[in-house]
Design a protein around this ligand. Structure first.
Ligand SMILES: *Cc1c(COP(=O)(O)O)cnc(C)c1O
Length: 405
């Protein structure tokens, strides 16, 4: 086993060796600029790009021409939101999103607010799910775009994307989804789901970092976007700049592998995830699952361990590479806004851990991780007077606390 054991696949994934091998020649021998139309170096690079475009399109049931390559999902999200906002601003200046989107969406929305747009941040339910009815009710005559994530990167909840797409179609509003975490985990069909724009990223699906794509619908309706980057007119004028050929070849290969392995991999990951959750529940009480019990990514387990101190929990599990429910902001530990917005209290949020398994997670690693989590929580609780009181049947709410807490 390699330590620390990597259980943070939502943050990034190691590149698959097959992806790496496919990319390698494009750094050296096949180095051409895909825009060079006069010689074989350029043609070969262009052929590789177009092959990758097909591979990315296929995982979404889209058409090649609808794929725009970017530097990653942060850029794809910016291009989708700002591109639509600028292009359709005369039609309306209202955009709908949710309050647990990735920062690449939320911060872009905050920026658009400074540019005269109004944003509705829909609240989600206690499982982190967006209500289709709430989307319907939020749409106004001046709404130009709805952007709702396919699956959440912290708690794994999967939204009713096809139903939201249907509402948007009915109302004639464009629909974007940040599908970074869903690609390769869940079947995606932009036609059946009524998706007009979709963001994905290479490094979340065993491809390279710094490369991603935006799906942009070509017909019914044809979506137009104002570019963020000008010059050269690459990517149908929506994203200028010499294309990152090796990165894009890697993204294509990663998509091809992800669709080929989707069923087998999601089944295996779900089994591992469920095994871990069952083991934790069998060994520990006062543990709470964050996110949806069934409508969730197969590789996501987000748990709050009551009566332990978050910091000590992370310190006690240094052999595991996991994510905590606290975000380090300058001086203090802030609980995650996602957990806060699904109603997890501040104390519990600090004791939350996100485990995410992936392609290279072994059963042996998982066994080690389970033992480590259980023993660390037990050890910390043995030192906790609060936990002892609860075990003795004392209702904590009945205690008259003195001092501040
Ligand atoms: C990782 C992630 C992003 C950002 O993708 P980058 O390619 O790293 O810019 C956006 N949205 C979600 C849901 C993510 O998990």
């Amino acid at each position: 086993m390699k330590f620390p054991i990597y259980l943070d696949y939502h943050a990034t994934t190691p590149m698959d060796p097959e992806v790496f091998r496919t990319m390698a020649p494009y750094f050296t021998e096949i180095f051409g600029n895909a825009a060079s139309r006069n010689h074989e170096y350029g043609w070969k690079a262009e052929a590789a790009l177009e092959n990758a475009r097909t591979q990315v399109a296929q995982i979404l049931s889209a058409v090649d021409k609808e794929i725009i390559f970017t530097s990653g999902a942060t850029e794809s999200n910016n291009l989708a939101l700002r591109g639509v906002a600028e292009m359709y601003r005369d039609k309306g200046r209202h955009i709908i999103t949710s309050n647990i989107e990735h920062k690449a969406i939320l911060d872009t929305c905050h920026y658009l607010e400074t540019q005269g747009f109004q944003i509705t941040y829909l609240p989600v339910d206690n499982f982190g799910m967006v209500s289709v009815q709430a989307v319907r009710e939020a749409i106004r005559p001046d709404t130009i775009l709805v952007s709702i994530m396919f699956a959440n990167n912290e708690i794994g909840t999967i939204n009713p994307i096809a139903e939201i797409g249907k509402v948007c179609k009915e109302k004639g509003v464009l629909f974007h989804t940040d599908a970074v975490q869903a690609v390769g985990k869940v079947e995606i069909d932009v036609e059946k789901m009524g998706i007009d724009l979709l963001s994905l990223s290479g490094h979340k699906i065993y491809g390279p970092k710094g490369v991603g794509a935006l799906y942009v619908r070509r017909r019914s309706p044809r979506v137009r976007l104002a570019p963020l980057i000008h010059g050269g007119g690459h990517e149908r004028g929506m994203r200028s700049g010499t294309l990152n050929v090796p990165g894009i070849v890697g993204l294509g290969k990663a998509c091809e592998m992800a669709s080929r392995l989707l069923l087998e991999e999601s089944t295996r990951l779900r089994a591992q995830r469920d095994r871990m959750w069952k083991a934790i529940q069998a060994e520990l009480d006062e543990v709470y699952l964050n996110g949806h019990p069934t409508e969730r990514l197969p590789n996501n387990l987000n748990v709050s361990f009551a009566f332990v101190e978050g910091e000590s929990l992370m310190m006690g599990m240094k052999e595991l590479a996991v994510s905590s429910g606290s975000a380090c902001t300058s001086a203090s530990l802030e609980p995650s806004y996602v957990l806060k917005n699904i109603g997890v209290g501040e104390d519990l949020a600090h004791t939350s851990i996100r485990f995410s398994m992936g392609r290279f997670t072994t059963d042996e690693e998982l066994d080690f991780a389970i033992k480590k989590v259980v023993s660390t929580v037990k050890k910390l609780r043995d030192l906790s007077p609060l936990y002892e009181m609860v075990k003795e049947g004392i209702d904590l709410k009945s205690i008259a606390w003195t001092g501040h807490h």
